[in-house]
Design a protein around this ligand. Structure first.
Ligand code: HEC
Ligand code: HEC
Ligand code: HEC
Ligand code: HEC
Length: 469
């Protein structure tokens, strides 16, 4: 049987991405969301909120997309408070340099307005942060004779390609060389960034696009989306790491690189601290963005298995702070290894569940909150996939409706199991935005059960997926 890494094929960087990092002077300009908003273009009225139709994109986006809030957020007390605290000035006023750093992610439109002295553009995040700056394609993309390849060459981003999509989101939701949300900002009140692409799709309640075609046409779509997000998140986090450790020595080590709970803990009278085996001198290098890639590498014994990520983790575990030059070299090597990785269609729910089950049955495997949360989110993606594939099997008459209903009812127990695990991992108040930097109390109480519970769910679902194929 080929190792799981084989199912991740090498792909060439797309023209769109090359264009995105192209010369400053040549780079297409941002036009602003208003240029998409006319009624005959994307500003049509919503017919039925549950069923997205073409041309309603702008109105849907404005009503329901968190990014449409970005403009208002800039003026909010919460934003201004974080900004002032992070500025660390004696007079308590915001530092323009700090504001410019926030704007990279929160106000790309305002930055473009400044750059082009076009103050009609406004502020916040526009369509173009995900679809690519539109200067060169805006007058072309609605013409009859235009094809997709041409639009991509003009700077449109290929959001249908899940890897390209995952990278676009990760540039702000993980960071990049120019976009760094660090521990100073977190200490000032910013929520830590914990990116997972499938969950972030779910969080956009009424998307401005209809995702049923991609879910219908792509086998195990939600798992493919999940895998694309994992690879994109891992790449972005290493890119960010390199930028952080290539900067001025006094900015290193960057605490946001580590597992928060290594340093932040409430005092507890409980045996769970012993289970955690924490070495007070050496915080654990964060696993959030690397859990999946690392478990793939651990499971893959084939010749192309590159251990540079393992080298990097060893460097982090041996010294605090680790030597910048060593980290840079090992990270660059690891990133080169999967810089152009694109999960291909053969990465199925069964493969994911098998990989998960294997790492969950390893008695010395990681059991920290980050790892467990990522494993949980992977199972949620597989669970969504199962329901999609079940519906498809019925739709294409591969499954009678009686059998379909039976399996759907049987599946409810998995949904219930996952719901229970969610309560163990959640922060008090149930908010993902929580800035609480200690592990949830429930997680501590259920720490030992969590692994076996996740493995039971993975195995159950693996069996059901197999029955379906
Ligand atoms: C230009 C940077 C940028 C890009 C690109 C971006 N986001 Fe965001 N995203 C943000 C910011 C900033 C916020 C917070 C907005 C606010 O509250 O003002 C946010 C908020 C969100 C939220 C709400 C989170 C919550 O806790 O409720 C979701 C969901 C989300 N983004 C998903 C995505 C997805 C999916 C993509 C890619 C298709 C993406 N984002 C691309 C910057 C970005
Ligand atoms: C690397 C990109 C990035 C940078 C830099 C950044 N942010 Fe954010 N910010 C985000 C994203 C992404 C979210 C949405 C987080 C989520 O819900 O997962 C967010 C959320 C927020 C929120 C909403 C939090 C809430 O709980 O509602 C505020 C306010 C905020 N950021 C302020 C700031 C300020 C002030 C700065 C500069 C000091 C800053 N951000 C720098 C990406 C960034
Ligand atoms: C946070 C990222 C993000 C933002 C911001 C965003 N989109 Fe999208 N958009 C997507 C994703 C992801 C898809 C689904 C993939 C696809 O169909 O290309 C999509 C799909 C679309 C589609 C359907 C394309 C097709 O071929 O079916 C249109 C049209 C569109 N968006 C227009 C807009 C407009 C107009 C805005 C601004 C008002 C906007 N988008 C803002 C991410 C974004
Ligand atoms: C290496 C140890 C270390 C790590 C890892 C670390 N922190 Fe901190 N954190 C500190 C120290 C020391 C302070 C106080 C000094 C300061 O504000 O920077 C602090 C301050 C804070 C504060 C403000 C404290 C308060 O009571 O107001 C928050 C919130 C915070 N950290 C959250 C986090 C989160 C979230 C993470 C993970 C992304 C994290 N920290 C990772 C050491 C750490």
């Amino acid at each position: 049987m080929p190792g799981p890494l084989v199912s991740i094929a090498l792909a060439l960087a797309t023209t769109a991405m090359t264009a995105a990092v192209g010369e400053e002077t040549d780079a297409p300009k941002m036009m602003g969301s208003l240029s998409c908003s006319s009624v005959s273009c994307h500003g049509g009225q919503i017919d039925n909120i549950a069923r997205p139709r073409p041309r309603e994109e702008y109105v849907r986006w404005l009503q329901d997309d968190p990014h449409a809030q970005a403009r208002a957020t800039l003026q909010s007390d919460r934003f201004q408070t974080i900004l002032s605290r992070a500025s660390q000035r004696a007079d308590g006023k915001p530092d323009p340099k700090m504001q410019a750093r926030c704007n990279q992610c929160h106000d790309p439109v305002g930055m473009a307005a400044e750059l082009t002295a076009n103050h009609n553009l406004g502020h916040g995040i526009s369509c173009e942060s995900c679809h690519g700056n539109a200067e060169k394609w805006i007058t072309r993309h609605y013409e009859r004779d235009v094809n997709r390849a041409e639009l991509l060459s003009l700077g449109m981003l290929d959001t249908k390609n899940l890897h390209t999509r995952g990278k676009a989101c990760a540039s702000c939701h993980v960071g990049s060389a120019d976009q760094d949300m660090n521990h100073d900002m977190i200490a000032a009140g910013h929520p830590p960034l914990r990116y997972e692409l499938t969950a972030f799709h779910d969080l956009i309640r009424h998307k401005h696009w209809d995702d049923s075609p991609e879910r219908l046409q792509t086998r195990d779509f939600q798992v493919q989306l999940w895998a694309a997000g994992q690879v994109a998140g891992a790449q972005a986090s290493l890119e960010l790491l390199e930028a952080r450790c290539g900067s001025v020595p006094e900015r290193w080590p960057e605490f946001a690189e580590y597992n928060c709970f290594a340093c932040h803990q409430r005092f507890r009278v409980s045996s769970s601290l012993l289970v955690a085996k924490r070495d007070p001198g050496r915080p654990d290098w964060s696993r959030w963005h690397l859990t999946f890639v690392e478990s793939l590498q651990a499971a893959d014994r084939s010749a192309d298995n590159d251990s540079s990520l393992q080298t990097l983790r060893t460097i982090f575990s041996e010294t605090f702070p680790p030597k910048q030059s060593q980290v840079l070299a090992a990270s660059a090597a690891a990133r080169r290894r999967f810089n152009n990785l694109t999960p291909d269609e053969s990465f199925s729910a069964e493969k994911l569940l098998l990989t998960l089950s294997t790492s969950l049955s390893n008695p010395t495997g990681e059991s920290d909150w980050e790892t467990r949360s990522q494993q949980f989110l992977a199972l949620v993606a597989a669970e969504r996939t199962y329901r999609d594939e079940l519906a498809k099997a019925q739709f294409f008459a591969r499954l009678g409706s009686e059998e379909y209903n039976r399996r759907l009812t049987e599946h409810e127990s998995v949904v219930a199991d996952l719901t229970l695990v969610r309560t163990w991992l959640q922060f008090e108040g149930g908010s993902a935005k929580s800035v609480l930097s200690d592990e949830p109390q429930q997680f501590h109480e259920h720490r030992q059960e969590l692994g076996p519970q996740l493995k039971t769910i993975a195995d159950k679902m693996h069996g059901r997926m197999l029955l379906l194929k």
